[in-house]
Ligand binder design. Structure first.
Ligand code: B16
Ligand code: MG
Length: 216
């Protein structure tokens, strides 16, 4: 195991609630029946794809220009919300794991679909642990395509087979597996069936757990 590549939302911090509130406000304005259950479909999905899914709840057609304006409106609201993020919003065990990995000389990268990821890492006070943060603006195919995880490995200079990927969304697990990496899922086993290892909480993650299970 030479590197660990992390997802952000749902693994390092839980920004899903802010994404939900911002989309909910937009959906209410457009009179679309958006709820928490539907929001589950948006985890790990890019901003424009999320918008398309939400708009599919209604019959109205929108031009590309209108869609861009709607996505921008949601993002402005979301950006306002994430100003409040602090190191206390790190999920349990994550900083301890980052520290252990860094001390062991294991590469650390971020493979998040969020364009706001660098800002959130800064607010959480953990940017300095990361050897590379994949620039999602340069990624052509979103998760479940392996591109984002493969880019992380390439930037760290390690082979995919020597990497562990950690995700909370089904599309993310597929992305890790099709990149040829060892997939660790955080959350409900029903949504993580294909993962190589599943933990119910980030508090269970540690260097020794990853090392013991890697490639078994
Ligand atoms: P943004 P992840 C994803 O983060 C979120 O889970 C998803 O809900 C969001 O739409 C996506 O980032 C894009 O975020 O609008 O900030 O660019 O799980 O890949 O870390
Ligand atoms: Mg996620």
């Amino acid at each position: 195991m030479k590197a660990v590549i992390f997802d952000l939302d749902g693994v390092i911090t839980d920004t899903a609630e802010y994404h939900y509130l911002a989309w909910k406000s937009l959906a209410d304005e457009l009179d679309l029946p958006f709820d928490k259950e539907f929001n589950e479909k948006l985890k790990g999905v890019s901003r424009m794809e999320s918008l398309e899914l939400i708009l599919s709840l209604g019959d109205a057609a929108y031009s590309d220009e209108e869609k861009n304006a709607l996505a921008e409106k949601k993002n402005d609201l979301y950006k306002e919300m994430i100003q409040k993020v602090t190191p206390a919003d790190l999920l349990p065990g994550i900083e301890a794991l980052l520290k252990e990995l860094q001390e062991a000389g294991i590469g650390i990268a971020l493979a998040s679909a969020s364009k706001n990821a660098p800002f959130i890492l800064d607010r959480l006070g953990v940017t300095h642990y990361f050897n590379h943060v994949v620039d999602v603006n340069l990624i052509k195919q979103g998760k479940p395509d392996p591109e984002i995880f493969l880019t992380g490995a390439a930037k760290l200079g390690v082979l995919p087979e020597d990497c562990v990927g950690i995700e909370d969304a089904e599309a993310g697990i597929e992305s890790i597996l099709s990149a040829g990496m060892y997939a660790v899922g955080v959350g409900n086993p029903a949504q993580m069936q294909k993962a190589d290892l599943i933990v119910s909480s980030t508090a269970e993650l540690s260097l020794s757990l990853l090392k013991e299970n890697f490639k078994q």
